[in-house]
Design a binder for this molecule. Structure first.
Ligand SMILES: C[S@@+](CC[C@H](N)C(=O)[O-])C[C@H]1O[C@@H](n2cnc3c(N)ncnc32)[C@H](O)[C@@H]1O
Length: 253
């Protein structure tokens, strides 16, 4: 596992007065090796991992409750005819019709993993940054019965260690590392990306992860890239392009 927090420091807190929430926050902080502080005693420069009824939220000090980061899943996404369930989306097309089991090797907040699960793939989602891994566990628990059993399973750890140990091997591995910064910066990246980068770093080992994934995936590896960046590993078999992102597909069959 990565160190608890290699980048920005994090404190665990809850704004709720009931002792049960305080105990929950203290247990979580102890499991992550992080400090737990009450609302009135929070440092001005640390990210806050807030324990609240809606789930764990990662927030900057100035964020009002509910305005921080967490995996949010609108109820409409779960309706049987929701466009979110269609494999005609770019990511669904990149994975293709014959894939069933997918390892999402770079889980983050779990947004892509949830999209894959809604499309009907069986997804195991790996995250090595301990705070994000705890948020993923919490998010999957909150999704509960809205997803079929086994559709989205969180795995804590470094995918470079998890992938070689998998038996059976997955049909596909999906990799979405931190995007490299644009050469000419016209706007700051989304706030969520800035926070995740502050916490998890730049993923400098992403090319090694893709190379390993290509040895493990039975059918294909899909890598998400910004439109401005070259492939992370040379010569994808093909790509699926959107306006701002591209999915590079490496076929093994
Ligand atoms: C750009 S974010 C992924 C966002 C994610 N696709 C989503 O939809 O929320 C990259 C994440 O991958 C994680 N990561 C990078 N390399 C990893 C590895 N080898 N094993 C596990 N997690 C990794 C980072 O900690 C970071 O949280």
């Amino acid at each position: 596992m990565a160190e608890a927090v290699p980048g920005k420091s994090v404190v665990v807190t809850t704004f709720l007065r009931a002792p049960v929430w305080r105990e929950h926050a203290e247990r979580l902080a102890a499991s992550l090796g992080l400090p737990c502080r009450p609302e009135k005693d929070l440092p001005a420069d640390a990210l806050q991992l807030r324990v609240q009824p809606e789930g764990l939220e990662l927030a900057e000090p100035e964020d009002r409750p509910g305005r921080g980061l967490m995996l949010r899943a609108p109820e409409s996404w779960f309706a049987s005819h929701s466009p979110e369930r269609s494999k005609k989306q770019l990511l669904g097309r990149a994975l293709g019709r014959s894939v069933q089991s997918v390892i999402d090797a770079t889980g983050g907040l779990g947004e892509d993993a949830l999209r894959l699960a809604l499309m009907g793939f069986d997804v195991r989602v790996v995250e090595r940054q301990p705070v994000l891994a705890a948020m993923l566990d919490d998010a999957v628990a909150r999704l509960g019965a809205r997803l079929d059993p086994g559709r989205m399973t969180p795995v804590r750890g470094d995918a470079r260690e998890v992938l070689p140990a998998l038996d059976p091997r997955p049909d596909a591995v999906y990799v979405d590392p931190m995007f490299p910064p644009k050469r000419r910066v016209s706007a700051l990246p989304r706030k969520s990306i800035q926070i995740i980068r502050a916490l998890a770093g730049d993923d400098p080992d992403a090319a090694d992860l893709v190379a390993l994934a290509r040895q493990v995936a039975r059918q294909r590896v899909v890598v998400k890239r910004p439109d401005h960046a070259p492939p992370l590993v040379p010569e994808p078999s093909h790509d699926i392009r959107g306006k701002l992102v591209r999915y590079d597909v490496y076929l093994n069959v």
